[in-house]
Design a protein around this ligand. Structure first.
Ligand code: SDX
Length: 433
């Protein structure tokens, strides 16, 4: 395949076709093959979309080789150090950092939408108390599409705007209620005098019988975890939200689809699976046995929290999270120290092992996050709901970018069909006994 500055040529079935060859702001160049099937009557084949750009986006840039993650051009390291989650929400949603007045206005807007409709509370009672919180929030967020008829005309900018604000504002309340429901404690209403992360922690951990004091260290650690998980380019759950949204579906239903996809252990469910794995390993002397299993092709066991489709040197979020883990465990909880030591020893040994080095497998965002969340007092079942709460702003920002894109078409991949064709129907009485 030859390429000049503007086109690549493909010789297919004895004919030469030219396709535009374009350069993004950053990242790999792109061959625009949208007319390939129409012109050459062939499909590309890319299971898992490892080499496919599904869309054009200005929101998040990742460089897997260099371990770069930037939200609207700002590095995750800078944002984790200097910003806060609600400012990152503004950045992802509107494209740049807010002025002081814009931030005040945005915070007021989100704060005024943190409560949920009282009728929505009835949905929780339909679940068993031992339902996984991810099952609960998938159902309850989907149910929001039945509550807000003033924000479902996706072609009305005002209605799109209020749907985005409601999603960012209500996910902490809905997630905290799922936690309270699963432990049989009363729901705690949002407190408008608290910041976003402190409010979420209060809704999760305060009880009517006692005075609740916010802890700034814990709120800061929570806020940092929210920032690190906010968006991540076209990962599986974001692609799910985009595909659902491309049909014009209700935005709340699209976010519920994203939550369902995130739940899988290969994706957002890895943080819960990783902490359970670290507890199963228990002590550093057991690590070699588990590494052996992770390397055995016949053993389905994989190191949870390790590996990534895009990052092939390190996940910059894991670096920030590892630093945060040290700080948080020094301050709030020592019982997780042994588990943190197992995690660090596992990382050290794995990174010296050819199997992991050859396959460029490094700790990802989920490797340390569970240790911190556990130290903050959350049960493992709440790890992925917290990931979903954080990622909601990324999902809704990507959804909004897609809806206003004038080139928007319904997403409809094709396939490489390998089944039978043109069979003759045989009545059951004539079929072999
Ligand atoms: C997230 O996409 C995103 O951006 C996701 C995310 C986000 O913010 O949205 O970053 C969040 O989902 C992080 C990933 C969390 N998942 C896990 O930690 C689960 C464990 N990791 C693996 O399941 C895996 O690494 C994936 C799913 C993350 C990536 O899989 P790929 O890119 O499809 O890679 P692969 O499965 O083709 O693996 C390549 C090789 C294989 O070995 P060989 O066939 O070459 O012999 O690496 C091996 C795999 O067996 N491998 C692992 C491994 N991950 C890959 N072996 C042991 N342990 C692992 N964790």
């Amino acid at each position: 395949m030859k390429k000049d500055n503007r086109f690549v040529s493909m010789d297919i079935n004895g004919k030469t076709y030219k396709f535009p060859f374009t350069s993004p702001t950053a990242g790999p160049n792109v061959i625009d093959i949208r007319n390939l099937y129409k012109e050459a009557d062939v499909f590309t084949y890319d299971p898992g979309f490892t080499s496919t750009a599904s869309c054009q986006s200005d929101i998040t840039f990742i460089d897997g080789e260099k371990g770069i993650l930037q939200y609207r051009g700002y590095s995750i390291e800078d944002l984790a150090e200097h910003s806060h989650f609600l400012e990152v929400c503004f950045l992802l949603l509107y494209g740049d950092l807010p002025t002081y007045d814009e931030m005040v206005r945005f915070e007021e807007l989100v704060t005024m939408h943190t409560m949920v409709h009282e009728q929505l509370i009835n949905f929780y009672r339909g679940f068993r108390r031992d339902a996984h919180p991810m099952a609960i929030i998938t159902g309850v967020v989907g149910a929001l599409s039945a509550f807000y008829h003033d924000s479902i005309d996706i072609n009305d900018p005002q209605q799109r705007e209020i749907a985005c604000i409601r999603m960012i504002a209500k996910l902490p309340t809905i997630t905290a209620m799922a936690h309270k429901y699963s432990i049989g404690q009363p729901y705690i209403y949002p407190s408008n005098d608290l910041d976003y992360s402190s409010n979420f922690l209060k809704m999760c951990f305060s009880v009517p019988a006692e005075k609740y004091e916010s802890n700034e260290i814990i709120s800061t650690a929570m806020d940092r975890i929210f920032m690190l998980h906010a968006d991540h380019e076209q990962n599986a759950s974001t692609s799910t939200v985009r595909l659902a949204g491309s049909s014009g579906a209700n935005p709340f239903a699209c976010i519920a689809a994203g939550i369902a996809c995130l739940w899988g252990p290969a994706h957002g469910g890895a943080n819960e699976a990783c902490l359970m794995m670290l507890h199963e390993i228990g002590t550093p002397d057991k690590i070699p046995e588990y590494l052996k299993r992770a390397k055995d092709r016949n053993d389905p066991f994989r190191l949870m929290g390790f590996g990534h489709r895009v990052y092939k040197n390190f996940d910059p979020r894991a670096h920030v999270m590892k630093k945060s883990a040290d700080a948080v465990l020094d301050l709030v909880d020592s019982k997780n120290k042994p588990i943190l030591n197992v995690a660090k020893e596992l990382e050290r040994i794995a990174l010296e092992d050819d199997y992991f080095r050859d396959r460029k497998l490094y700790p990802n965002v989920d490797f340390y996050s569970g240790i911190i969340l556990n130290a903050l007092g959350f049960p493992t079942s709440m790890f992925t709901p917290i990931f979903a709460l954080s990622r909601t702003v990324g999902w809704i920002s990507q959804w909004k970018e897609m809806i206003v894109d004038p080139t928007l078409k319904i997403g409809r991949p094709r396939q490489k069909y390998m089944g039978k064709v043109n069979l003759e129907y045989i009545p059951v009485e004539d079929r072999p006994k």
